[in-house]
Design a protein around this ligand. Structure first.
Ligand code: NZQ
Ligand code: ZN
Length: 379
């Protein structure tokens, strides 16, 4: 067992109707709130209206920043930070998926500290505090609702980076599965892939505590059991709830107990693909994981076979990879770059990009040659 420290201060509210208590919680954080959301789905499906009603009935003053895009960009974080500073806001309510919540985490740090958000993410500046952040999650995938991580990209610097700090944990998060019934089929599938990928990143990290291996398998098995049913029954709130809980558990620290780290090479690879082609995060991971497992199959066969036995009931490395590939394909998430509309003519561009940012794993490091091999395996 590895030495480890776990910290998680987020208060989680889960279930239909939980947002009815949002006003009280927000009022405890401040009188003037910055409400952050995405490109409009929350307005279209009525979640914005419900949140606004809550905040207004608690007597709060509201300043809004809408328009955060999927694969969020630092320019939006900067604009919202400027607005928040000018308006002297005291707390942030983020209404949306991972892109909105991650952006809000960096805004909260930047407004409280006076530093630039990108300088914070690059560890050039070290904020000592953050504004309180409350999340209302609308898409089950990232686990950001209950962790201290934020991922944002900058086209100027050609980087999509993750930043992790204890200060970025939301104070409270509201998870109402009925807020996710409108998520379209493709993003529902990408969310399922993302949560499975988080479990795998933890599983392939350093340290193999048996009980955590079992919990990790159970999360993956649950997602594999309910995911395809949900894809064919998008309005089913109970199935939405199952996947929503899986997603939170996959990246709220639980799968990291007893471990030194996760691996995260596939996420690193996926971030480069998203940066280059604006590919949805989950779609990059179904492609990346199949390629990564093929690269690692002669290096860590026991670990891959343990996964295959426990999750799919198969006995070999090849069968494990084949089953995972079959599952991703069954929910229509791509397993090759061509299925995401990225042609072989992009090979060198991708290789240059992964070299430039030194994509590697925290446990299983990737050599220059490995990076090229893995890119080829993705085609
Ligand atoms: O922008 P709007 O109009 O809101 O539409 C969004 C967006 O187009 C839509 N959507 C969200 N909720 C909806 C909905 N559509 C209908 N009904 C709803 N209820 O879905 C699209 C995708 O949203 P996005 O927030 O981008 O998706 P997701 O939650 O998958 O977040 C992805 C981002 O999170 C980062 C990824 O890199 C990516 O940038 N990650 C963050 C992590 C973390 N903080 O711990 C870990 C992850 O590994 C990941 O890297
Ligand atoms: Zn992810």
């Amino acid at each position: 067992m590895e030495r480890f420290t776990i910290y998680n201060p987020t208060k989680l509210h889960f279930g239909a109707g939980v947002v009815d208590n949002l006003g009280k919680s927000a009022a405890a954080c401040g009188k003037k709130i910055l409400l952050v959301y995405g490109k409009g789905s929350v307005i279209k499906y009525g979640y914005y209206e419900q949140v606004l009603k809550q905040l207004k009935s608690a007597g709060l003053e509201i300043v809004e920043y809408g328009g955060i895009k999927p694969n969020p960009v630092i320019e939006d974080v900067r604009k919202a930070t400027e607005l928040g500073r000018k308006e002297n806001i005291e707390a942030i309510v983020a209404l949306g998926g991972g892109s909105v919540i991650d952006s809000a985490k960096i805004m909260a740090l930047a407004i409280a500290s006076g530093y630039d958000g990108w300088d914070i993410m690059n560890h050039k500046e070290k904020p000592a505090s953050s504004l309180p952040l409350i999340c209302v999650l609308t898409l089950a995938a990232t686990g950001t609702e209950m962790n201290g991580a934020a991922v944002v990209q900058s086209h100027d610097t050609g980087k999509k980076i993750g930043y992790v700090t204890d200060l970025a944990f939301p104070v409270e998060s509201f998870l109402d599965p009925t807020f996710t019934v409108s998520v379209p089929k493709n993003y529902t599938a990408y969310g399922i892939v993302d949560l499975i990928a988080h479990a795998l990143e933890a599983y392939f990290g350093e340290g193999e505590p048996p009980v955590i291996d079992q919990i990790t398998f159970d999360i993956i098995k649950d997602a594999i059991q309910w995911g395809p049913k949900l894809i064919n029954d998008l309005d089913n709130v109970e199935l939405r709830a199952n996947i929503m809980l899986d997603a939170t558990l996959a990246l709220n620290g639980l799968t990291r107990y007893g471990k030194k780290n996760g691996d995260w090479a596939v996420h690193g690879l996926g971030h480069e693909i998203s940066l280059l082609f604006d590919t949805a995060h989950g779609a990059t991971l179904s492609i990346g994981y199949i390629a990564w497992l093929q690269l690692q199959k002669d290096r860590i066969p026991e670990r891959i076979i343990k996964l295959g036995k426990n999750v799919f009931g198969v006995d070999t490395v090849d069968d494990t990879i084949a089953e995972l590939r079959k599952f991703f394909t069954s929910i229509n998430s791509p397993v090759q770059l061509s299925e995401a509309g990225i042609g072989k003519d992009q090979r060198q561009k991708i290789i240059d990009q992964v070299h430039k940012n030194g994509v590697s794993g925290m446990h299983h490091s990737l050599s220059e040659k490995d990076r090229e091999t893995i890119v080829d395996l993705m085609f």
